[in-house]
Design a protein around this ligand. Structure first.
Ligand code: SF4
Ligand code: SF4
Length: 164
């Protein structure tokens, strides 16, 4: 996996123009069964991909934290929400709460998440490839293919499977 992760930014850069064109066309005329196709591609990819050998999302980006995330995780850690914020979070340019630093403080050396049961919604949903109306988050996906090998593979499969 380390080799794949080392090559991924360049592989994503090589595909950037092609991917941009694909998503621009997909947005104009998404197939009626796009949600169904994405569900299939997502499930097939995550049967092959073991996130515990990767954790690149936790190591390099980290999620944004909603107020509900903050309250839930703080309660789990027996902290007050403000204590949790002061210890782990900062506000980014878009006014969202994000991690003070990456790799995420909750990621263990074995790639397990120490707050897995209560982890942020954005962690549960990353890389969002089974999201309904997937064409609407193409700007995010174009970034995620450089971070997440599963997202990269899913986009490659989409281009084979969906004529645009
Ligand atoms: S979601 Fe993607 S980046 Fe995160 S651990 Fe799984 S394969 Fe790696
Ligand atoms: S909270 Fe857990 S799943 Fe989310 S970035 Fe941190 S270690 Fe990864």
């Amino acid at each position: 996996m380390d080799k794949v992760l080392g090559q991924l930014p360049q592989m994503a850069a090589d595909k950037k123009t092609e991917n941009k064109k694909f998503f621009a066309k997909l947005k104009k005329k998404p197939p009626k069964n796009l949600d169904y196709i994405m569900q299939e591609l997502h499930e097939a990819e995550f049967e092959r991909t073991d996130c515990l050998t990767c954790a690149n999302c936790c190591k390099t980006t980290g999620p944004l934290f909603t107020n509900a995330d903050i309250e839930r995780i703080a309660k789990h850690l027996r902290l007050k929400p403000q204590q949790f914020i002061d210890t782990y979070l900062r506000i980014d340019e878009e006014n969202d709460y994000v991690l003070q630093e990456v790799p995420c403080a909750f990621l263990g050396p074995d790639n397990y998440c120490s707050i897995y049961e209560v982890r942020p919604k954005a962690c549960r949903e990353f890389p969002h490839t089974d999201r309904k109306k997937f064409q609407q988050i193409s700007h995010l996906t174009l970034k995620n293919v450089a971070i997440c090998p599963a997202a990269f593979n899913i986009v490659e499969e989409m281009k084979k499977r969906i004529p645009v």
